[in-house]
Ligand binder design. Structure first.
Ligand SMILES: Nc1ncnc2c1ncn2[C@@H]1O[C@H](COP(=O)(O)OP(=O)(O)O)[C@@H](O)[C@H]1O
Ligand SMILES: [Mg+2]
Length: 495
């Protein structure tokens, strides 16, 4: 009987190995650059290349294998160097793409390979992570059960988001999608949530404006901004969301709550289409390559809430998708709607009429966030939402100029008041306590007799923010506080 541990060499099997040993040549393939351009490179003579493997060129440049052809391979150039020309030698590294991760990246602006774009030194990270990993297995996951406060009245009350949820922000250009995402990041201040903001294919001016907004709101030091500018190669644009996800993943697995924004996946899909067409993959629907759905689901599946056994961290994702003329049935939007746990729909009509944020409540949904909503807010918001939806239905009748019953008239009046109250400027997130206060005040018709309900709302919110009322306090206690606040607010000059 062989009692040896496996792998332990006894003298007899060492002997056997020796007898079998034959010296042989080690062959390394030496490839050659066939052509180069548009951020991609074609290489000949590397027949054993694997998908996603890193190729190293003689000038030190690197590329990631993206397409395996019969006699040549196509790869995405990772660093642009002018010295790389056709004929240069290339070899396989056996490595996959990875980037540095960790707290050193907080407050930093980087490109998708982790290189700093903010003029500061390279972060001194101690850990690296692979850009492409499989999503957490089901047994390591937990149901989404804790709220992620966005600070936006309409979202936190009617389309609540939970930690670990994937909520799509969808709408035409210029309807306030990025603003909503920024607001949500700003609302994380002091809430022990780290943020990653991925900006794909945006102009430098808007990138700079976004970073400045984060800095001024005091949340840049809890955020890492990953940027693939409009002028960069399609390869880097394609990698950007995966880089952001990888950074977020490191924090999630170390037990932190993370919020990651992909702004936006429409341009990401376009970059992928461009890459695929350049590398001669067959185009599918709307000329996108067939695996675009798989690409985005792979990305978004990596966001989840981990079970406490695995540290209890979470990654909430807010992917953004841009539609054209409100067309949500286009290929990329329908894909993303089906991959995510709900969507926030922004409407140009509402935007044009000045109802900001321009969220169309009838077309927005949060499939799992309700379970994570703060219970007291959930109860109050339920009543308010019912009033609002009823009003939106009834309001249609007023268009025909028909005479309405007094009861209907009253409901419409109250609905119009509610719509005013739901308006919110950008960069002014509310706390859960403030949500609670305005909801109870509205449900108890405290705004109805007011001549200037919006000014009253502002006064109430600013008072509540200083009063430290517990969310768990009884409704009577809340109502008492609100009545007192409103009473005092009457004598206060408008701010
Ligand atoms: N709640 C809001 N209140 C006032 N202005 C807003 C609000 N939300 C967005 N905006 C303005 O609308 C414009 C478009 O917003 P943006 O977030 O850039 O849209 P998108 O990302 O959908 O293209 C910006 O000028 C922004 O300042
Ligand atoms: Mg935008």
């Amino acid at each position: 009987m062989d009692t040896n541990l496996p792998g332990l060499n006894t003298s007899s099997n060492a002997q056997a190995k020796l007898e079998q040993y034959r010296p042989h040549l080690r062959i390394t393939e030496l490839g050659k650059v066939a052509s180069i351009g548009d951020g991609i490179v074609w290489v000949e003579g590397l027949p054993s290349a694997a998908m996603d493997e890193i190729i190293l060129f003689e000038n030190g440049g690197e590329a990631q294998v993206f397409h395996l052809g019969k006699d040549r391979i196509g790869a995405i150039l990772l660093n642009q160097r002018d010295s790389l020309i056709a004929g240069a030698s290339a070899q396989l590294t056996g490595r996959r793409l990875d980037i540095g991760v960790g707290n050193e990246f907080l407050g930093r602006v980087i490109d998708p390979l982790g290189n700093p774009l903010d003029g500061l030194p390279v972060p001194t990270f101690s850990r690296r992570r692979s850009l492409e990993v499989s999503s957490p297995p089901i047994p390591s996951r937990e149901f989404v059960a804790r709220p992620l406060i966005s600070g936006v009245k309409m979202i936190d009350t009617m389309i609540p988001i939970g930690k670990g949820q994937r909520q799509l922000i969808i709408g035409d250009a210029g309807t306030g999608k990025s603003s909503l995402a920024l607001d949500t990041i700003i609302a994380q201040k002091g809430r022990d949530v780290l943020c990653v903001y991925v900006l794909i294919s945006q102009k430098r001016s808007s990138v700079v404006a976004t970073i400045e907004t984060l800095r001024q709101a005091g949340v840049l030091d809890i955020t890492c901004v990953v940027v693939a500018e409009a002028t960069t190669t399609p390869g880097l644009k394609f990698l950007a969301p995966f880089a952001g996800c990888t950074l977020a993943e490191e924090w999630m697995w170390s037990g932190r709550d993370v919020l990651v924004v992909y702004d936006d996946l429409t341009t990401h899909a376009r970059a992928y289409r461009e890459l695929s067409l350049l590398l001669r993959r067959p185009p599918g629907r709307e000329a996108y390559p067939g695996d675009i759905f798989y690409l985005h689901s792979r990305l978004l599946e990596r966001s989840t809430a981990l079970a406490s056994k695995f540290g209890g961290g979470s990654m909430t994702a807010l992917p953004i998708v841009e539609t054209e003329q409100g067309e949500i049935a286009a290929y990329i939007p329908t894909n993303l709607i089906s991959i995510t746990d709900g969507q926030i729909y922004l409407d140009t009509g509402l935007y044009a009429r000045g109802f900001l944020p321009a969220i169309d409540i009838t077309r927005s949904v949060s499939r799992i966030g309700g379970k994570a909503q703060v219970p007291a807010i959930k109860t109050e918001a339920g009543r308010m939402k019912l009033d609002y939806l009823q009003f939106l239905e009834l309001e249609v009748f007023t268009r025909f100029g028909a005479r309405l019953e007094a009861g209907v008239e009253a409901k419409i009046k109250r609905g119009r008041l509610l719509r005013e109250l739901l308006k919110q400027d950008r960069l002014s997130p509310l706390t859960p306590e403030q949500h609670m206060a305005w909801l109870i005040a509205f449900n108890d018709s405290k705004f109805d007799p007011q001549t200037q309900p919006l000014a009253t709302l502002q006064k109430l919110l600013s008072r509540v923010s200083k009063q430290n009322m517990a969310m768990t306090a009884t409704r009577e206690a809340w109502l008492h506080l609100i009545e007192q606040d409103l009473q005092e607010a009457q004598h206060e000059p408008a701010s």
